[in-house]
Design a protein around this ligand. Structure first.
Ligand code: NAG
Ligand code: NAG
Length: 395
């Protein structure tokens, strides 16, 4: 068995070495090859430069000087009678730059399956998470499940996250710029090849804030995606602010792990006690404590630039006619206040409200799951639902 496993691993690496990878116009710096969590996908990893410009919002906010300043700002954001986002909106502001982003381009490790790939999934992670959300551990990897079903995936750290650049968290890392970056990346991916085989379809897949960004991209560039899969987002937003309190946000550079040393204090993360992470993101006892611990220990950042600009880009897209799938954890606190069936199915409500002209709508409430659906015991149920949605739409 040991020999068999070794042979399989070697075979996979040889497949990558033989050139069965996603060929794109991207120039990767320090490229490495490797496998996804259980080896179903062969991945090329590295950093790309993306040059983009956008009309951001001039936010009348400064990075907090320390914890007391940040805590007061969170109170200000939730003060009765105050529309904080409107109060700090200083009008449009042009931004322009070249940004260094961490990316992973994965194809099925089985070379026969890799040659047949027609569809690539563009994955976009949520706030205080990064690319690892989609390929977290064996049994908790959408990248693995997608590769096993014959799909290529593109996974990245958004600007301001993980291994990507961390520019000005207030004026630069905002929805408008993230949308332009996503659009540029998708433009390159639409011309990608595996061997001689050209990719035919690109599907936008998001989780939470990543779903909001996919909606924003569809709004401006409706031809970017042949189908959409939204997870961890709904039109029920009363829980969002409560979740934000539960985060107990701190300047990330003050986190005792020292992982964020040197970051501008406008980069924020959850407090360093596990319940600051469990309350908004998990449903007890439906998760493996080891998975929870790993996610808590590797949690990432969020910024005012995203918190104050992402909600405004979630708007109905009556012109979009492609297939749309919406998946929510049944007990998601952030987007359902812990009951996605109340008062009616929030996944159905969302898809009907935002994508009335979609020719093929699909929804799923993943049982026994909080907001981080890919990290509960039922993760595979959600993955299988979304992959079947694509197959039933001939994608
Ligand atoms: C990206 O830009 C940086 C700085 O401009 C440069 O050092 C690096 O070589 C570039 N990387 C690629 C892959 O072009
Ligand atoms: C969730 O809401 C639905 C609809 O009101 C209700 O039937 C169901 O009992 C609720 N579930 C829980 C666990 O409260």
């Amino acid at each position: 068995m040991g020999i068999g496993a070794t042979f399989l691993r070697l075979a996979c690496l040889v497949a990558v070495a033989r050139g069965l990878q996603l060929d794109t116009a991207f120039v990767l710096s320090q490229p490495t090859t490797g496998l996804s969590a259980t080896g179903k996908a062969a991945c090329l990893r590295g950093k790309i430069n993306v040059t983009a410009s956008a009309t951001n919002t001039k936010l009348l906010v400064k990075s907090p000087t320390g914890q007391p300043d940040l805590t007061q700002t969170i109170v200000d954001m939730a003060t009765v009678g105050v529309d904080y986002a409107a109060m700090v909106n200083g009008g449009p502001r042009q931004v322009f730059g070249t940004y260094h982003l961490y990316v992973e381009l994965c194809v099925p490790a089985d070379p026969v399956a890799a040659r047949k790939v027609q569809t690539l999934q563009f994955l976009n992670h949520g706030g205080t998470l990064d690319h690892t959300y989609w390929d977290f551990a064996a049994g908790y990897s959408y990248v693995d499940a997608a590769a096993a079903a014959g799909y290529a995936t593109f996974n990245y750290d958004r600007l301001g996250y993980g291994l990507s650049d961390h520019p000005d968290p207030n004026q630069v890392v905002q929805a408008a710029l993230q949308r332009e970056i996503a659009h540029q990346i998708v433009g390159v991916l639409r011309k990608a090849k595996i061997g001689k085989n050209r990719i035919k379809n690109v599907v936008g897949v998001g989780h939470s804030a990543g779903s909001a960004l996919i909606i924003a991209t569809v709004g401006k560039y409706p031809a970017d995606f042949d189908a959409l899969i939204f997870t961890g987002i709904s039109a029920s937003v009363q829980g969002v602010m409560i979740a934000q309190f539960a985060f107990n946000l701190v300047p990330a550079s003050l986190d005792p792990s020292c992982r964020f040393n040197g970051l501008d204090k406008g980069y924020l993360t959850q407090g360093a006690v596990a319940q600051d992470f469990q309350f908004p993101f998990y449903h007890y006892p439906d998760f493996d404590p080891k998975i929870f611990r790993k996610q808590f220990d590797t949690r990432q950042t969020t910024v005012f630039g995203e918190l104050l600009t992402f909600s405004s880009v979630v708007a109905p897209q009556p012109a979009y006619t492609g297939p749309v799938d919406v998946v929510l954890g049944q007990e998601d606190y952030v987007f359902c206040q812990a009951n996605c069936s109340y008062p009616t199915d929030q996944a159905q409500t969302f898809v009907n409200a935002l994508f009335p002209a979609s020719r093929s709508k699909s929804t799923f409430l993943q049982p026994k799951s909080g907001h981080l659906m890919a990290q509960h015991y039922t993760a595979r149920d959600g993955f299988e639902h979304s992959l079947q949605f694509l197959q039933s739409n001939a994608l």
